[in-house]
Design a protein around this ligand. Structure first.
Ligand code: 1HN
Length: 353
C-alpha cells in the first residue's frame, strides 16, 4: 500500500476517533489563515441612506408592531455574510450588528432585556423615548442612548415617526455562546422615581453619600447639543491626524462607552483629509452630516449623508471630507474595547504618517 493510501486510512480512522492530524488537508487550509497579519472575512461596504430609509418606510406602511415583530428593524448584512445559513451569523461585522429601526406615532416596542449590549443613535424625528431600567430617556436627533447588558428596555412614541440606528454586540456573544434574552412580563415596566435614576449620578456634580462602587457604571443618554458643542469648540485645534476632531463617548469613570462597544463621533473639517492607519478593531460608520470618501486598502468608498459603511479590521483607511463648504460628521461604533480588554489591541500608522 502506498504511503498516501496508508495516511488516508489513518486519517479516516482518526476521524472516527474525533481527532485529526495537523498534516491533513483541512488543517493546511486552516494554516493559510495564520500569518503575520490578522485575517478577516469582513468586507468593506456602503449602505445607502435612501435604500434603507425607503425599505423601513415600506415595512412601516405594511404592518404595525403587534404580532409581526417586536421591533421594526432592518439589519445591515455584510456582503461576506449574506450567504450564511444561520440568521445569527448574518451580521454587519463578525462582532457587531447594526440595524435601522422605525417607531411610528403611538407605537410601543415591548420591554425586554438581554446580556448583549445595545445603543441607539437617533437619526430623524422627535417625540419618542426609550425606557431603560424604569428611566425615561427622550430620543432627539443626534442623541446617543445606551441599553447596557441586562438593562430592561422598551421604546414608546408620542410624537412623529422616529428613525434610529441600533448597534449591538450580539454576534460576539453568539460566538461566545453566552447569549440570553428575556421578555418583561406583566405589562410595561414601571417608571422609577427621579431620585433612583442614573442621570443625576453621572454628571460632574454627584451625590456625596454614594461612593464609587455604588455609582452607575454607565451613562444612558449623550445629548446631541452637548456633543456638537464639544466638537465645535475643539474644531479650531489640531484634532487627531487619523480621525479629525474625534470624540469617544465615555462612561462615568472615563472608560469606553460599554465593555464591548465603543461609540464615537468625529468632525472632518472642510476639505480635511486624514492620514492612513489601521487597527485590529472593526468600525461601523454613519454619515450623520455631510459627505466624504473613505479609502480602504486603496479602494475608494464614497458616502453621502445618512449612509452607513464598514471598515474591516486591519485595513488601511483614511477619510476625506469632499466638501470645501460643509463640515462632515461621522458617528461610529467599534469593537475596540474587546481587543483592548483581551490585551490584543494593535494599531499602526501608515507610511508617511
Ligand atoms: C433589539 O432588542 C432592539 O431593543 C433593536 O430596540 C435591534 C437587533 C437584534 C436583536 C435585538 C431593540 C435588535 C434587537
Amino acid at each position: 500500500m502506498s504511503e498516501a493510501e496508508l495516511l488516508r486510512q489513518l486519517d479516516e480512522k482518526l476521524r472516527q476517533l474525533s481527532v485529526e492530524g495537523l498534516w491533513s488537508e483541512a488543517s493546511d487550509a486552516d494554516m493559510a489563515t495564520y500569518s503575520k497579519d490578522p485575517h478577516t472575512t469582513v468586507l468593506p461596504h456602503v449602505w445607502k441612506w435612501q435604500d434603507l430609509y425607503d425599505a423601513i418606510q415600506t415595512v412601516g406602511n405594511m404592518h404595525g408592531l403587534d404580532g409581526k415583530a417586536e421591533r421594526r428593524v432592518l439589519r445591515l448584512i455584510n456582503p461576506a455574510y449574506q450567504g450564511n445559513k444561520n440568521r445569527r451569523q448574518r451580521t454587519t461585522t463578525h462582532t457587531m450588528l447594526m440595524t435601522m429601526q422605525l417607531l411610528k406615532p403611538g407605537e410601543v416596542a415591548q420591554d425586554h432585556r438581554h446580556n448583549f449590549a445595545a445603543f441607539r443613535f437617533i437619526l430623524k424625528g422627535s417625540g419618542a423615548y426609550t425606557i431603560v431600567e424604569g428611566e425615561k430617556i427622550p430620543m432627539e436627533e443626534g442623541d446617543l442612548i445606551l441599553t447596557p447588558s441586562m438593562t430592561w428596555h422598551g421604546h414608546r412614541n408620542g410624537g412623529e415617526p422616529v428613525v434610529w440606528l441600533d448597534g449591538l454586540d450580539n454576534p460576539l456573544l453568539f460566538l461566545l455562546q453566552v447569549i440570553t434574552w428575556e421578555a418583561f412580563t406583566g405589562g410595561l415596566q414601571p417608571l422609577k422615581n427621579d431620585a433612583d435614576c442614573v442621570a443625576p449620578r453621572v454628571g460632574l456634580a454627584r451625590p456625596v453619600w454614594e461612593k464609587s462602587p455604588e455609582r452607575p457604571s454607565y451613562n444612558l443618554r449623550y445629548q446631541w447639543k452637548d456633543t456638537y458643542e464639544t466638537l465645535k469648540r475643539l474644531s479650531g485645534g489640531p484634532g487627531s491626524p487619523f480621525d479629525g476632531v474625534a470624540l469617544e463617548y465615555v462612561n462615568p469613570t472615563g472608560g469606553h462607552t460599554m465593555p464591548t462597544l465603543s461609540c464615537g463621533i468625529q468632525m472632518l473639517r472642510r476639505g480635511e483629509t486624514t492620514q492612513t492607519h489601521r487597527h485590529n478593531s472593526s468600525t461601523i460608520y454613519h454619515a450623520f452630516r455631510g459627505s466624504g470618501t473613505t479609502v480602504i486598502n486603496g479602494e475608494k468608498f464614497d458616502w453621502e449623508r445618512g449612509d452607513c459603511f464598514v471598515v474591516p479590521l486591519w485595513s488601511w483607511h483614511s477619510h476625506r471630507n469632499r466638501s470645501n463648504e460643509e463640515e462632515t460628521i461621522l458617528f461610529s461604533t467599534s469593537d475596540m474595547p474587546v481587543m483592548e480588554a483581551l490585551r490584543l489591541y494593535r494599531e499602526e500608522p501608515g507610511e508617511g504618517a
